[in-house]
Design a binder for this molecule. Sequence first.
Ligand code: SF4
Length: 62
Amino acid sequence: MKKPVVDFDLCIGCGSCIELCPEVFELRDEKAWVIGEDKCSTCDCQEVADICPTEAITFSEE
Ligand code: SF4
């Protein structure tokens, strides 16, 4: 299964991914944390990765 991963070094805490996928991402200390890695089916996580301004979101296959 495809699971989103956030690179904290790249994330600037803009909140776009949280707005689009609140079930998958949560903002903590100005970084996007993955809180629902198995909830990707409820949204299009690839779309989220595409809107991230710093390309901090990638996917691991498991
Ligand atoms: S869209 Fe990208 S930069 Fe913005 S909070 Fe999410 S991971 Fe961080």
